[in-house]
Design a protein around this ligand. Sequence first.
Ligand code: SAH
Ligand code: SF4
Length: 342
Amino acid sequence: MNWEQVRTFIKELGEPAYRADQLRKPVFEEGISSYAEISTWPESLKKALGGQDPILSLTLKEMTVSNDQRCWKAVLECRDGKKVETVLLRPSEARWTTCISSQVGCAVGCPFCATGQMGLKRNLSAEEITDQVLFWRQFMRREKIAGRLSHVVYMGMGEPFSNYAEVSRSLKILMDQSLFNLAARHISVSTSGIAPKIALLAEDFPQVNFALSLHAASDELRNFLVPVNKAYPLEKIREALKAYLQKSSRKIFLEYILLKGTNDRPQDAENLIRFVRSVGPLELLHVNLIIFNQTDSPFEATAENDARVFQKKIMSAKIHSTVRQNLGRDIEGACGQLILKQ
Ligand code: SAH
Ligand code: SF4
C-alpha cells in the first residue's frame, strides 16, 4: 500500500481526515486483506477504495513451507509482472521474522549466490519493499497464526545499498509508529559493501542493525567472491566501518560464508583476524560464520566440524563469533538461494 496515495485519495473523495486514520491499525498492524473489513467505514467508502486501490501492490503466485514448519517462502508478482521472493521465518517459538527483497535480481554477481546469477532486473519501490512485510502480516492473520511479526531483515534478493533511496523510504515506513510500528533494533540491513552508503546508514538510521557481507579478508579473494570489492576494496570498507562506529554505537555484524577450500583455510582465518582487529573495538564487532546453502555453483560448504575449528581460531584472537545455520534449506528459501525465472 502506498499510504500517502491512499490518504490523498480519501481526502479527494471529500471524506474527513479521520477516515484515513481508521485504516492504519487494521491494515498495518492487524493485517486485514480487504477494505470491506474496516468495520468503522461506511459501505460507500469501502466500495470506492476497493475499486480504486487494492491494499497490496503484490499478488501471491506460489507458496512453499519447509518440512519443519518454521519457514515459508512466497513468490509475489509486482504490477509489471516482475517477481520477488520473500520469506517468513520462525527462528524460535515466539519470534517471527521476515526476510525481504530490495531489488529484482542483483547486479553484484557474487558467484556463490543464486540471486547474483540472474543479474539486476530492476529496483523495488518502497511500496513493494514494505508490501512484503504487509503480505506476511496478512498471511499470519489469514492462517490464524498467533504472535506478531516483529523482526525484518533486508537479506532477500538484491543489494539494498544500490537502491538506497527506496530502501531508506521503506525503513521510515516500517518504523513509523502509526504504520508498521517496528522497532529499529528489530530491523537489519545487509550489504555486500557499497562503502559510501555505510556511514550514511549510521547517520540516517543509527538504531537499525547493520551487517556487512565480508566473506574474504584479502582483496584478491574478495574481488572474486564479492565482485563489488573491485570498486570498494577492503581499505575503503575499513574506513567506512570506522566511520560507522563513530556515528552509531551499535554492533556491526560481519557475515562470512564458509566455502570449503576457498575461504576457510588457516591463512584466511588469519586475514580475517587481522582485518577485524584493524576496524575498531572488538566488543563492537561480531563475526557471523554462515554455513553455505548449496546453490547451482562450484562451491561446497565447509563441514560443520571444520567450521568450528575456524571459529575457535578467530575466537582465540578474542573476536566474538557465532556459526549460523540457516532455516528453510529444503525449500530453497534460505539466504542466497532465492532465484526466479522472470
Ligand atoms: N546483497 C546483500 C543482502 C542480500 S544477501 C548482501 O550480500 O549482503 C544476504 C546474505 O545472504 C548475505 O550475507 C549473503 O552473503 C548471504 N548468502 C548469499 N548466498 C548465500 C548462500 N548460498 N548460502 C548462505 N548464505 C548466502
Ligand atoms: Fe547480490 Fe548479496 Fe547475492 Fe552478492 S550475496 S549477488 S550482493 S544478493
